[in-house]
Write a protein that binds this ligand. Structure first.
Ligand code: 6R9
Length: 645
């Protein structure tokens, strides 16, 4: 490992930082030796509780029973909004930067309180009560945050669906969690293009008879269809309602939200997070990982439809009373300098984005970066997928001018918040490594036989100790929760990722060990894409794998076998691509479709994806054992006609 570059913590940064290495070591040790005491202390410091807990943690990984702060009561919205009013009512809570670079807005904590209360009263007026599920399908405008917080205020459980998902995906998520109310907008904007959110909602709702209310935020004022008994004009109605709304006092273990994410099999699962543990974990990680200072302007470029948007645009920063920037646009509109212009415009100090965006912008050359001063920047972060050292170096030298540490944060929808990460004032950096565990996190690496590996090693990344932000169940299917995360390694939470630990105890994520793809930081199940492809009547069978892609990290490679008598054509390829887009969303479109007269299968009929992955990646010298194939000759055809060479 001696050839790996290390970037020691800079003294200038450390002198201003909340935590140095010695403090990290002491706090980390305390969090592992005595987690109950550690988390009780942090919970007292960071969160307002209406009633204290009887026990800090009750966890049994063998049964997948996880609860934190049993008996405690709180309201998450109160923690994110109301409690800042006494001293910080006029502080900016949200800076909104529109898709159009001419449009931005500042919302103070006082204004946020008013907006959220009105929204909450509107939900109540439509009959929404504690425990009801509410679907949010919105563009990146401040109202998406108001809607989430309004749900939290009255104890409703939100399920945010990414605005880029298709009506079909929206429908299945609404049905799975039995949402009776949907919050949407007439249209969204992304890179100058319009996204027909209300139209998509109308289409989805044709198959959702139980939805009685659609709250519509009029944003672009496009012409939309209106169903009078169902559709509600947000601006019109909210204005008539009170700007005060009492908070619902919740149990720590009451659900806060459901967020769907892809797994290796079946349809996406509803990851359920609860109030107390989640908000504590979002707050503490935001505070220490981003070294939060009171006057910081903090910007996370994620979408509210992903967990990163939940924890690090809204809940974590707002719980800490921060100023958080909400961005509607894309990195390359109007040009590839947008991020850096926005940083200068709003004097952003902390900037958190995805490796795929960094790689895309790196390809545009550094003139776009250099046109902006970026002098406000103090700290950079990445999330969503492994960052290749080349992109890391560019981010560090070109964007951060060698002044800003980079926090490479590894975590998942399931984990609620960041688990592996540098702390910027404490951890020496190695490009490409998510470095070390956060407080209370006890990672381990397992071999194929389920033994814990010691020292330098590679294996399956698991956690042997719970943390407050951990998901509690798969909505409506606890057995799936047990099977997916707790059955492979008894007594551990299995992340689905592989990792290597180096001699310094640093972790290097090697990627998913299951059939989950990571395309531009978005999680996609191969099974979902395959199901979409086989909907076409000419398709007999499909197998989808990932392959290395310069910008996206992974691309989608689909092998398609047609029904006998059907002939391949470019037109059919286009139809199939469109079908995937309709069924799931544009992010799932195959980059490559290869016609496969047959797929490599074992004699028991299992598709050998290992071989398909190698062919897609053009790694032919190491195909492994093909002797167990029912018909080894199909491999020759696939190699012959492969798209990547
Ligand atoms: C937060 C988020 C989770 C999967 C995860 C892993 C990959 C996320 C990473 C990373 C390497 C990082 N991942 N962060 N891999 N380094 N810093 O992305 O959640 O959408 O659920 O994806 O993303 O494979 O298992 P989610």
């Amino acid at each position: 490992m001696s050839d790996v570059k290390t970037y020691p913590v800079k003294t200038e940064f450390q002198s201003q930082a909340l935590i140095d290495n010695k403090t990290y070591q002491t706090m980390y040790q305390a969090s592992i030796d005595n987690p109950e005491q550690f988390w009780a202390e942090q919970a007292e410091k960071l969160i307002h509780w209406d009633q204290k807990w009887q026990s800090v943690m009750d966890v049994d990984y063998r049964e997948a029973k996880i609860s934190w702060f049993n008996g405690a009561k709180l309201n998450v919205c109160y923690n994110c909004v109301d409690r800042h009013l006494e001293n910080n009512a006029d502080k900016t809570a949200i800076i909104w930067e529109g898709d159009d670079p001419e449009i931005s807005e500042s919302i103070t904590y006082r204004e946020l309180h008013e907006k959220v209360c009105r929204f909450a009263n509107l939900l109540k007026a439509r009959g929404v009560k504690k425990g009801d599920r509410v679907c949010i399908y919105m563009p990146m405008i401040p109202e998406v945050g108001y809607a989430m917080l309004a749900c939290a205020r009255i104890g409703a459980v939100h399920s945010v669906v990414f605005g880029g998902f298709s009506p079909e995906s929206l429908k299945s998520r609404i049905l799975d969690s039995d949402c009776k109310v949907v919050i949407t907008a007439d249209e969204g904007l992304r890179g100058g293009k319009k996204v027909p959110l209300k139209d998509n909602t109308d289409t989805a709702l044709k198959h959702c008879p139980d939805v009685h209310t659609v709250i519509v935020v009029k944003y672009t004022h496009a012409k939309i269809n209106w169903t009078p008994e169902r559709d509600v004009d947000y601006q019109q109605q909210a204005a008539t309602l009170s700007s005060e709304c009492p908070v619902e006092i919740m149990d720590a273990e009451d659900p806060l939200f459901i967020l769907y994410t892809s797994g290796s099999t079946g349809k996406p699962k509803g990851v359920l997070h609860t109030c107390g543990g989640y908000i504590l974990y979002a707050a503490i990680t935001h505070k220490y990982v981003f070294d939060h200072h009171d006057n910081d302007v903090y910007w996370c470029t994620a979408d509210a439809g992903w967990i990163t948007g939940h924890s690090y645009i809204f809940y974590g920063p707002l719980a800490n009373g921060a100023t958080t920037l909400v961005f509607e646009g894309v990195p390359t509109y109007p040009d590839a300098g947008r991020f850096w212009q926005v940083i200068d415009k709003h004097k952003v100090n902390t900037f958190y984005t995805a490796p795929t965006a960094i790689r895309a912008l790196m390809g545009q050359g550094e003139q776009f970066v250099k046109q902006a001063s970026r002098s406000s920047l103090r700290l950079l972060g990445t999330v969503g997928e492994p960052i290749n050292p080349e992109a890391w170096e560019w981010y560090y030298h070109t964007v951060g001018d060698e002044r800003c540490p980079i926090v490479d944060t590894w975590w998942q929808t399931e984990t609620g918040g960041i688990l592996l990460t540098p702390l910027p004032g404490a951890t020496d950096l190695k490009p490409g490594s998510a470095t070390r565990p956060f407080f209370g996190i006890k990672p381990a690496l397992m071999d194929a036989d389920g033994n814990e590996l010691e020292g330098e090693a590679s294996g399956a990344l698991v956690m042997s100790q719970s943390w407050p932000g951990q998901m509690r169940t798969v909505y409506g299917d606890h057995q799936r929760f047990i099977d997916t995360y707790f059955s492979q390694y008894k007594g551990y939470y299995f992340s689905g990722d592989g990792a290597r630990r180096d001699a310094d105890g640093y972790y290097w994520i090697t990627g998913r060990m299951d059939d989950v793809l990571n395309v531009s930081g978005h999680r996609l199940g191969t099974a979902e894409i395959e199901s979409a492809l086989v909907l076409h009547e000419d398709v007999a069978e499909a197998a989808v794998v990932g392959y290395p892609h310069d910008i996206k990290g992974q691309g989608v490679y689909a092998y398609v076998t047609l029904m006998s008598g059907q002939s391949p054509s470019d037109e059919l390829k286009q139809t199939l691509t469109k079908l995937v887009s309709q069924e799931i969303g544009a992010i799932a479109k195959p980059d490559v479709i290869q016609w496969a007269p047959g797929l490599p299968k074992t004699r028991s009929g299992k598709i050998m994806r290992r071989i398909l992955r190698k062919i897609a990646s053009n790694e032919l010298d190491n195909l492994g054992d093909t002797s167990t194939l029912a018909d080894p000759s199909v491999v020759d055809d696939l190699i012959e006609n492969r798209a990547n060479r």
